[in-house]
Unconditional design. Structure first.
Length: 168
């Protein structure tokens, strides 16, 4: 009678599982790389005046009136984009209070400190919610996304993670 015998050396499997477990306890090396990719894409968005998926940003009032680049006046927002890495997560963002307003837009009037900061920073504020020429401030700000990834970037991220996990 013919038969097949399979022998498994569990020591190699246990070693590989232990190594994988150790790698998963601290993902910061690969997360740092992923964060840098997103940071690079954000800088490209500012340089090109386009969102991560390629859509051009609507020009700002300042650009229409006096030229320059949308979202780049003093460079505060662009220069504030940062990457924070821990063992289990990566965060890419900005501490600038008006960052979310530009990223996601605003359909209505802004309120509180955000309104004051955005107004002060983008030059739309005067007293009592009026612009510098006395005209009423616009109630909304269009979205000008600067954080995110292109569809093709996801393949690069998957490749990085797979390479990281396969290295041991």
């Amino acid at each position: 009678m013919a038969h097949v015998s399979i022998t498994i050396d569990e020591r190699r499997i246990k070693f590989r599982m232990h190594t994988l477990h150790e790698m998963l306890l601290d993902l910061s090396p690969v997360l740092r790389q992923l964060g840098e990719i997103v940071h690079t894409r954000a800088m490209q968005s500012f340089d090109e005046g386009k969102g991560p998926e390629g859509g051009a940003w609507p020009p700002s009032d300042r650009v229409r009136q006096s030229g320059g680049k949308t979202l780049i006046d003093t460079g505060t927002l662009r220069n504030s984009i940062n990457v924070q890495v821990s063992a289990k997560e990566v965060r890419i963002g900005t501490p600038v209070v008006y960052g979310p307003v530009h990223q996601f837009g605003s359909d209505g009037p802004l309120s509180g400190g955000t309104a004051q900061m955005v107004s002060k920073t983008i030059g739309r504020a005067g007293k009592r919610g009026r612009g510098s020429k006395g005209n009423a401030r616009p109630s909304g700000i269009p979205a000008r996304p600067f954080l995110g990834l292109k569809l093709r970037d996801w393949g690069e991220l998957r490749t990085l993670v797979a390479a990281y996990l396969a290295q041991h």
